[in-house]
Design a protein around this ligand. Sequence first.
Ligand SMILES: Nc1ncnc2c1ncn2[C@@H]1O[C@H](COP(=O)(O)OP(=O)(O)OP(=O)(O)O)[C@@H](O)[C@H]1O
Length: 309
Amino acid sequence: MGVEICVEGLTKSFGRQVIWQDVSLTLPAGEVSVMLGPSGTGKSVFLKTLVGLLKPDRGSVKVAGRDITKLREHELYEVRKLFGVLFQDGALFGSMNLYDNIAFPLREHTRKPESEIRRIVLEKMDMVGLIGAESKLPGEISGGMRKRAGLARALVLDPEIILFDEPDSGLDPVRVAYLNQLIVDLNAQIDATFLIVTHDIASARQVPDNIGLLFRRELVMFGPRERLLTSDEPVVRQFLHGRMQGPIGMAEEKDAAQVEQELAQLDDTGRIPEVTPRLLPGPGITRPPRWEAIARREAELHCAEGAGA
Ligand SMILES: Nc1ncnc2c1ncn2[C@@H]1O[C@H](COP(=O)(O)OP(=O)(O)OP(=O)(O)O)[C@@H](O)[C@H]1O
């Protein structure tokens, strides 16, 4: 079972540049959450702060009840073992083949014999569909395969929490669909807590239990997927529809009068936004108990939509 991450009053700046302030949210244990936000709003900085690679100016990050912002380096080292992180490019060592890349955390952090390492590496490679590619170098495989190799490496220490930094960037829509299915299946199988930073709205609509949005140095909203998908908040609507009309501008924020005019022209007030059906774990994958609650919520949602139609 994954662990809960409880963030309270978190603020981070670099020099005089405030990245975000007073961010509070709880990533529920075992659930999948997505963090959205325009480029440069500090989503990657947020992931790095959660894993203790960056120190916040203020606030706390409690991982399984321990505030990691207060830990010393050697204590932090222990807590970091709870995390698996999938960096944007997979962050593989270019001169090592996939097998050695994936075995690396086990050789670095454990004293397991090579036979056990082999069993674990092949098990994780199988989970992400990479069996047979053990001897390939990262430069010899596609971007999608590199992401999956990065994911296999993030899995070898059996993490309680997995952080994904734009897992879908640079992938074609079909590979994104496969990757999303893999994420949903993995979550059901290993039951860890997932946080995904993505720009892909289709993924954000289908995959998570919860969605958050960073904008203007603040966490605008964080909550259950359906709440954000049906939200009236202009910035949430603009982002989830990927449209120009709304508070988010090309380079900076727009003035209030312009935003008001754009929103008036849109004239979609009163229309109930569609809630995209959730991506389900694949056939044969045993779903953890929380899926019963999810199924109930989804059924209620469809009843309400049916009644409103
Ligand atoms: N180590 C650092 N030192 C100084 N500034 C930094 C550092 N890391 C990030 N920043 C700044 O923090 C801001 C947020 O960066 P971050 O990469 O977290 O944004 P993001 O929301 O992930 O963007 P994108 O969606 O484009 O990947 C940027 O202005 C960046 O220049």
